[in-house]
Design a protein around this ligand. Structure first.
Ligand code: AMP
Ligand code: ZN
Length: 138
């Protein structure tokens, strides 16, 4: 099996596990963006958020909710950025869904995830209505 996170779940690779449930595992990121940077993964291999069966999606987010305040407390963080790089075009490097829980500190200067986007599209009301309809109908 080549998936690095499946290998961690199976115990074939070491991890600094911080939380575990029947369906989800949380462990420290090996290359942290901040002290306490944690990844929460489904134990089963699902590549993207949209691939998660609803009950697994719920379990993963429940684990995120459980572990986030513990991470904040452990490193005395003021907040966290909770985010998913969902798909290669969004920067996902490990193709096994994982939620990043990154501690944030007052004045750390890293900004919100909005800073990822240097330009915003100018969309009319009609275009927004059309997009909303397409999402509803997809
Ligand atoms: P992404 O770019 O969203 O796919 O993020 C993948 C993350 O996995 C990166 O932050 C890596 O540092 C982290 N990572 C890769 N391999 C390991 C590993 N063996 N243990 C812990 N974290 C890892
Ligand atoms: Zn996997």
């Amino acid at each position: 099996m080549s998936c690095v996170f499946c290998r961690i779940v199976d115990g074939d690779l070491p991890s600094r596990t911080v939380h575990e449930t029947d369906d989800a595992l949380a462990f420290l990121d090996a290359n942290p963006l901040a002290p306490g940077h944690t990844l929460v993964v489904p134990k089963a291999h699902h590549e993207t958020v949209g691939d998660l069966p609803p009950e697994i999606a719920g379990s993963v987010f429940a684990a995120v909710s459980a572990v986030t305040p513990r991470v904040e407390a452990a490193v005395d963080a003021d907040a966290t950025t909770v985010a998913v790089n969902n798909g290669a075009a969004a920067g996902q490097e490990v193709p096994h869904t994982h939620v990043h829980v990154v501690p944030r500190f007052d004045g750390d200067g890293n900004g919100p995830i909005h800073r990822l986007f240097s330009e915003r599209p100018s969309l009319s009301d009609a275009e927004l209505d059309d997009i909303a309809a397409k999402v509803r109908e997809a």
